[in-house]
Design a protein around this ligand. Sequence first.
Ligand SMILES: C[S@@+](CC[C@H](N)C(=O)[O-])C[C@H]1O[C@@H](n2cnc3c(N)ncnc32)[C@H](O)[C@@H]1O
Length: 260
Amino acid sequence: MDLGFGGEVARLYQRYRRGYPPAVFDVLATTFGLTPQDVVVDLGCGTGQLTLPLAARVRAVVGVDPEPDMLVLARRAAEDQQVANVSWVLGADSDLPTLGRLFGDVGAVTVGQALHWMAHESVFATLRPLLRPGGGIAVVANGTPLWLQDTSWSRALRACLERWRGTELSRSCGTDTDSRRRYADALTRHGYHVTETVVEYTDEIDLDALLGGVYSSFPVDALPPTAQRTELSTMIRDALGPATRFREHVRVCVLTGRIG
Ligand SMILES: C[S@@+](CC[C@H](N)C(=O)[O-])C[C@H]1O[C@@H](n2cnc3c(N)ncnc32)[C@H](O)[C@@H]1O
């Protein structure tokens, strides 16, 4: 399974994609009553943005991802941070029926910025019997893509990227209201008790973080080679004008489905 998250994209992802604020982990702990006895599965864990902070709250976390390069970096980050209660599994949502035989009585399954890659109806159905009473699934959206925000710099960035790629950029990777409503409706149909909590804050990033965030979103086979990347970076810098810092309103949505 190659979805374009390997190689340099994995490195860019780890370096430039922001993690989640502590309030998100409070929501997960409270909603699912997580305790130091619990096991949590982080499906589509990437380089561990959700996985690693979660580990401090529970007995063990299992990070599952189909991209080996993401898992290598996640494992290295766990070592660097001396997090010793995470296991990394190469797998995808389609492996859940098999993986479920290993787990059992899971406190929560988290999916951060990754459900749009999965067959969500089947994920919700497959997970139900694996969860302990009061446990559930959390679908977490970590803000809006840099080029789809309601600011002048974001609009300028979008225009520049659309010119470069020769295509309209409207995909929001499951962070938009319609996708979230679709996920909420599906959770309800599968018998989960659904709630949504929004955690909002303001952040400021510099040009390096902005460019890194943009390049981390390219599939690896579409990532421009160095010379072209320099050209694109110059185009973006010119489009954004003299500003050196860019203010973002970050809206993290935590959609939870809990079982009784
Ligand atoms: C945008 S990253 C999100 C990483 C991390 N969870 C976060 O919150 O930042 C999406 C991740 O989903 C993984 N992924 C893609 N398809 C998947 C699937 N079918 N099952 C599980 N994970 C998948 C990718 O390999 C990638 O690491």
